[in-house]
Design a protein around this ligand. Structure first.
Ligand SMILES: Nc1ncnc2c1ncn2[C@@H]1O[C@H](COP(=O)(O)OP(=O)(O)OP(=O)(O)O)[C@@H](O)[C@H]1O
Ligand SMILES: [Mg+2]
Length: 458
């Protein structure tokens, strides 16, 4: 992303970055996190009162799941005095390839190993650590070759110590129980050594986002089976698992299996941050990014944030993306604090210029009918209103709209589908509604700007 535009605001980078907050960046879990006090206190209760725990954090895309998990990990890794818990800063990914017991253990071993090595390289040579490294390398080789029988020559090639290769045996098929045992040994290792001067009493393991797999209901049985397979791992003492996923991860999967449900704590369902929390979050970000010795310009009035919050129903990621799109659309010649009308004008122009590339004038004028209707449309209605033939409506118009993700199916009543703008294009409705006012207000601004320039010239 073009950083220089942010420099013009007196900022070192984009305050509307949509990545999850993590430790260590310019904007991070320490200086830019807001809200979630209830969720944090219920997680803290589990982490402090028990020797193990299994938590799931649920919510729609972009609501703040990863950020919350990162915040919890960060706090327990460094901020607490009573009990500290180790964790890897990168999370495990939930995808079809990793959703089985063996890959899961390999992923945990390798993420914890990497984190220990990063903090204290010497520790990676002690006790069980070389064996674990060998195991990880082996897992990787097997994955790459797709071949389960790896012989001693391969061990030597990848530089695994003789003792490790003896222990691992060759050619080998390590039983699941041995893998679980390595995991227990690693947890013991962490508990019995100081890492970076800290003695940890357990480990948090964060698996990110079942969204991707659960996009397709066909995969639900795979996810269910996965939780069933890893039950014994989830009960290892001094480990706390945090799983993140879509709203139905608990109701449709975890609670379908009594044996699985029984080892989970009450799920946490995240709702969007409050309006005022979002405004606070953005204030903190601007503060964290301000260039030395400058007084940064806030790119937007609070009203802009409030209005986008309403349009996007509090979806933080989409709001952030819209804010940076607006700043970029407004360009370097318009550095200043934008009010709502101006912001909406730039946002709509950014969206409209994309549509002009994607669509023919005919398609565009039909889309305008969808925009101007206050709510979803059906193909039937549009056919009745325009006289366009049904097969054209489906093939020439809707096909393109869907392809470019301009509209999406909102609901279905018997065989009638209701369509509306996707979130990305939703501000166009507001823009079309306000166009008259907008033109007047921008006209006044233009007039006063012109007057200002004339006054300064003469
Ligand atoms: N509590 C918070 N304080 C400040 N910013 C937040 C908070 N929660 C989320 N955000 C911001 O909102 C955006 C989305 O958050 P995040 O990536 O954590 O959501 P998510 O639910 O994990 O999304 P996805 O489902 O796509 O993985 C990020 O830019 C993040 O920085
Ligand atoms: Mg996430």
């Amino acid at each position: 992303m073009n950083e220089s535009i942010w420099n013009k605001f007196g900022l070192r980078g984009n305050p509307y970055d949509t990545n999850p907050l993590i430790e260590g960046n310019n904007i991070n879990v320490e200086n830019a996190f807001v809200g979630r006090s209830q969720e944090i206190s219920s997680i803290n209760k589990i982490l402090s009162s028990f020797d193990e725990g299994n938590i799931c954090i649920l919510g729609k895309a972009g609501v703040g799941k990863t950020t919350l998990a990162n915040h919890v990990k960060y706090n327990w890794k460094s901020k607490r005095v009573d009990k500290v818990l180790f964790s890897a800063r990168t999370e495990l990914e939930a995808n079809i390839q990793t959703l089985n017991k063996r890959s899961f253990i390999f992923e945990i071993l390798s993420s914890l190993y990497r984190e220990i090595k990063l903090i204290e390289p010497k520790l990676a040579e002690r006790d069980v650590m070389p064996e674990i490294r060998a195991l990880i390398d082996l897992g990787r080789i097997k994955e790459m070759s797709g071949n389960l029988a790896v012989n001693l020559a391969t061990f030597v090639q990848i530089g695994i110590t003789k003792s490790a290769s003896n222990i691992l045996n060759q050619p080998l098929e390590i039983p699941d129980s041995a893998l679980v045992d390595y995991l227990r040994q690693l947890i013991d290792f962490i508990r019995s050594h100081e890492i970076g001067g800290i003695k940890y009493s357990g480990v948090i393991i964060h698996m990110n986002n079942f969204d991707v797999v659960m996009h397709d209901v066909k995969n639900y049985p795979i996810v269910l089976n996965f939780f069933n397979e890893i039950r014994d791992i989830m009960q290892i003492r001094y480990t706390y698992f945090i799983f993140l996923g879509p709203p139905d991860l608990f109701s449709e999967i975890i609670s379908k299996h009594t044996r699985v449900k029984a080892i989970f704590n009450q799920p946490l369902a995240l709702i969007p941050l409050k309006k005022t929390e979002l405004v606070d979050a953005l204030t903190y970000r601007i503060e964290a990014l301000k260039s030395q010795g400058t007084n940064p310009i806030n790119p937007f009035t609070d009203e802009v944030i409030f209005k986008l919050y309403e349009i996007y129903e509090g979806d933080t990621r989409t709001i952030l993306k819209a804010l940076s799109d607006i700043v970029i659309e407004a360009g370097e010649t318009n550095i200043g604090t934008l009010g709502y009308m101006e912001a909406l004008h730039y946002l709509a122009n950014e969206r409209l210029s994309k549509l002009r590339v994607f669509l023919t004038p005919l398609q565009f004028s039909l889309l305008e009918k969808i925009i101007e209707k206050d709510g979803p449309s059906t193909q039937h209605e549009l056919i009745a209103a325009t006289g366009i033939a049904a097969n054209n409506m489906a093939g020439y118009y809707f096909k393109e709209f869907k392809k470019h993700e301009i509209i999406k199916e909102i609901s279905k009543e018997s065989r009638t589908k209701y369509w509306d703008l996707t979130e990305h294009y939703l501000p166009l409705r507001e823009y079309y509604k306000n166009r008259k006012n907008l033109e007047t207000s921008l006209g006044t601004k233009l007039e006063s700007d012109t007057k200002l320039i004339q006054d300064s010239l003469f």
